[in-house]
Design a protein around this ligand. Structure first.
Ligand code: SF4
Length: 374
């Protein structure tokens, strides 16, 4: 029987995001690690590798698919209420000990992470997304940057069918991968995990490429939202949240910032769960630093109006939420506040068509075939 690594090595094709170094090695530029790869070597992500002078990249499978409310991603300023058909592959360029998607992201590092890959094609994924009534299709669950070529193949098909496209990413990008993605990715969520490079090194990365990616995403006019999972004792000091939110506001005060509650997961089981008071305190710091759209997540009903979108100019309620449920929608057809006519930053549908689902659901994987381990 073949190992998962051997199966995934078969499910590859030559990638586009690499360059040949003067000494004959390859340099992958899909993520901020920029791994130099001698023949036969795989990168930090373990899914991209040099085979005889060509960079092989993942192709033709998914680690899972799920239909999510777009609020779960979370995007709060992009088509509220829409269904986001979500797919992922396997592997990650970081190894966060609290990962909530560790079964797929750490599949090649952790023998306890068992996620059988399902054979898939871009056409089949898009057909399934349309059949479920999705408005957007999202590469998520593992780090999408490391499987950018596959995401672009899916997104070309998706955009031809009228779907919006999105990345849910750790933001460890490069200028080259962002140029590659720009024509095909509409919405981009970055998980800004900390504002301390030592913390990022614990997770297997560096902070600088992530900050530069955030600046570039905004300058290149991707629709950008940022999430910080607030972990008591790890990243929730006033000083760190102050520096983090000052940075985001310095890129643009109109970037929505979601501060969300941690609960014990994977290998990080020591810190206590984040309380509503901790979220509210962090949100206050973000607003004091100039951020106009601050949201508190994962504790529905406990965070006052921090689940709602209000007009930054006049304070009118624009989108009322409870968890992922849209309980009120007032944005005009041209994306403005109905009370004062101020433009609301984001991507808006001409009208709100209700929600297909306010909870995630599995579309059923019978249309996909589990790849053989022979
Ligand atoms: S995606 Fe990142 S970790 Fe993987 S090979 Fe490329 S540069 Fe290295």
């Amino acid at each position: 029987m073949a190992t998962l690594a051997e199966v995934l090595a078969r499910e590859t094709r030559e990638g586009e995001l690499y360059e040949i170094l003067p000494d004959g090695r390859l340099r992958c530029v899909a993520c901020g690690h920029c791994c130099p790869l001698p023949d036969g070597a795989a990168g930090v992500c373990k899914v991209r590798f040099n085979k005889g002078g060509h960079l092989q990249v993942p192709w033709g499978y998914v680690g899972g698919v799920q239909c999510d409310p777009i609020e779960k991603k979370p995007f709060f300023h992009a088509y509220p209420g829409a269904l986001a058909y979500s797919f992922g592959m396997l592997g990650c360029d970081l190894h966060c000990s609290y990962c909530q998607n560790w079964v797929t992201s750490q599949a090649l590092r952790d023998p306890e992470a068992v996620a059988p890959p399902l054979g898939a094609s871009p056409e089949r994924l898009v057909r399934d997304a349309l059949g479920q009534g999705a408005r957007a299709i999202v590469s998520t669950y593992n780090e999408p940057l490391i499987t950018s070529e596959w995401a672009v193949a899916v997104f070309k098909e998706a955009k031809a069918a009228g779907l919006s496209t999105a990345f849910v990413s750790n933001g460890n990008g490069t200028p080259r991968v962002l140029e590659y993605l720009r024509p095909w990715v509409d919405l981009y969520k970055v998980d800004l995990k900390s504002f301390d490079d030592r913390h990022y090194r614990q997770l297997g990365g560096r902070m600088q490429p992530i900050l530069e990616t955030i600046q570039r995403l905004h300058a290149m006019e991707f629709w950008l939202e940022i999430v910080t999972l607030l972990i008591p004792g790890f990243n929730n000091s006033r000083d760190e949240i102050d520096r983090l939110t000052s940075f985001v506001a310095g890129v643009s005060p109109d970037i929505p910032w979601h501060v969300t509650a941690f609960h014990a997961d994977y290998k990080m089981t020591d810190p206590p769960n984040t309380t509503a008071e901790m979220l509210l305190e962090a949100a206050d710091i973000g607003r004091a630093n100039g951020l106009r759209f601050v949201y508190a997540g994962n504790l529905p009903g406990d965070v006052g109006d921090l689940e709602d979108t209000r007009c930054a100019a006049c304070g009118a309620l624009l989108v009322g939420r409870y968890g992922y449920h849209i309980r009120e929608y007032q944005v005009t057809s041209d994306g403005r506040c109905p009370a004062c006519r101020a433009t609301v930053p984001g991507r808006w549908s001409p009208r709100f068509d209700g929600q297909i689902a306010s909870r995630p659901f599995l579309p059923g994987t019978r249309r996909f075939t589990i790849l053989s381990l022979q």
